[in-house]
Design a protein around this ligand. Structure first.
Ligand code: 0X9
Ligand code: ZN
Length: 361
């Protein structure tokens, strides 16, 4: 079973309850925190910090950041993030490797970055399930069961009709309708290729970098902590993606080719090792397709902390839950190929960021 014992997808309230539970289970090890900004609908966004003596004053320990659910429909991305938190908490004190890691580093887990979008997606997804069981159901909402496949946040954007702007009724499977794509709204290469300028588009970048409270939250978290490594989870395609999101010959805002990251060798080395654990393909992000304004393209280029996107699962945004379990643990049809071990490698690397510069010379 998963570290938490869950056997079905969490809703937003389940995430919040579980973060509370983790903190009250081990108060010296886990501290719940709210990010700086509430969502557009006024919801708080929470995370947990996990570390030996977590309440000790800042002591220079490096920080590893694990995130999920920038994209509303990608439910496993939040599940794997919070299960990693459970895993660390349950194994601290008994598992030597995890105990040592939590003495050397602090781990931040923010499982649901896009709280508004996720709530619409997961609630609607479960509504659809119920109606299907009910024999097909009735009514017009069923004709457009798009909220389960909502991608973006809940920003009201110009140029859309009020109906299309209604967050809870707005997203086709292509992710159209209300909202800004939070994985195009960061400041890394913002304004470049692979992000849309049109509000109705699934990859709408927003009117300016960091225009959204959700991306401001992550920027401010990273800017105020010593984040030496991060994973931002998405679904799907079984990929470990490393910066950059655009090919080296792409001309950047300064009129010069953006090139490869200075740490390419070390970024690749860790990406490849993680991919050996989860069985994914390790590649440059741009080999999937061009993107700009993504989480780790900003964080890596702004701070030097290593950042990766995991695209969890072979072929579905939110598959039946047993697959999510196997993909975390490396059990069942995913025997020996779980994200748990890949996450631990990322944490180990974040604990020892010096190794990066050594490897890349
Ligand atoms: O397009 C995206 O944002 C990601 N794929 S998803 O299906 N989860 O939407 C891929 C982003 C890849 N690029 C970078 N991480 N830079
Ligand atoms: Zn995604």
């Amino acid at each position: 079973p998963l570290p938490s014992g869950r056997d079905s997808y969490r809703r937003l309230s389940d995430y919040n309850d579980d973060l509370d539970r983790l903190a009250s289970l081990r108060p010296g090890l886990v501290k719940k925190f709210a990010l700086n900004h509430r969502s557009l609908e006024g919801k708080p966004v929470y995370g947990v910090e996990i570390a030996h003596d977590v309440t000790a004053a800042e002591d220079g320990r490096p920080v590893f950041l694990m995130m999920g659910l920038h994209h509303a429909r990608e439910w496993p991305s939040g599940e794997h993030a919070i299960e990693f938190a459970y895993d660390l908490v349950e194994n601290y004190g008994t598992d030597e490797r995890i105990t040592a890691l939590l003495k050397k580093a602090r781990v931040l887990v923010v499982p649901v970055v896009n709280v508004d979008g996720f709530e619409k997606s997961v609630n609607d997804g479960q509504l659809i399930d119920l109606r299907a069981i009910d024999g097909g159901g009735t009514g017009s909402i069923l004709a457009t069961p798009g909220n389960a496949y909502k991608r973006k946040n809940c920003r009201i954007v110009d140029g859309l009709t009020p109906l299309a702007n209604e967050c809870a009724l707005a997203s086709s499977p292509g992710g159209f309708g209300a909202g800004i794509d939070l994985n195009r709204n960061y400041g890394g290469f913002w304004g470049g290729p692979g992000a849309a300028a049109e509000p109705a588009d699934a990859t709408y970048r927003g009117p300016a970098p960091f225009s959204e409270p959700e991306t401001q939250n992550i920027r401010e978290l990273i800017s105020t902590r010593q984040v030496t490594g991060l994973i931002t989870n998405h679904t799907f395609s079984n990929l470990v993606l490393r910066p950059n999101g655009v090919a080296p010959d792409t001309v950047g805002p300064d009129g010069l080719p953006v090139g490869n990251p200075p740490d390419e060798a070390a970024l690749k080395e860790l990406g490849d090792r993680m991919a050996q654990q989860n069985g994914y393909t390790s590649q440059h992000s741009w080999e999937l397709y061009d993107t700009t304004g993504t989480t780790e393209d900003w964080s890596y280029n702004a701070t030097g902390g290593f950042g990766y996107t995991f695209e969890i699962g072979p072929d579905e945004f939110h598959p039946p839950f047993p697959e999510v379990v196997d993909e975390y643990l490396g059990s069942g049809q995913y025997a020996g190929k779980g994200n748990r071990e890949a996450f631990l490698l990322a944490l180990e690397s974040a604990v020892d960021p010096e190794s990066h510069s050594v490897i890349s010379g």
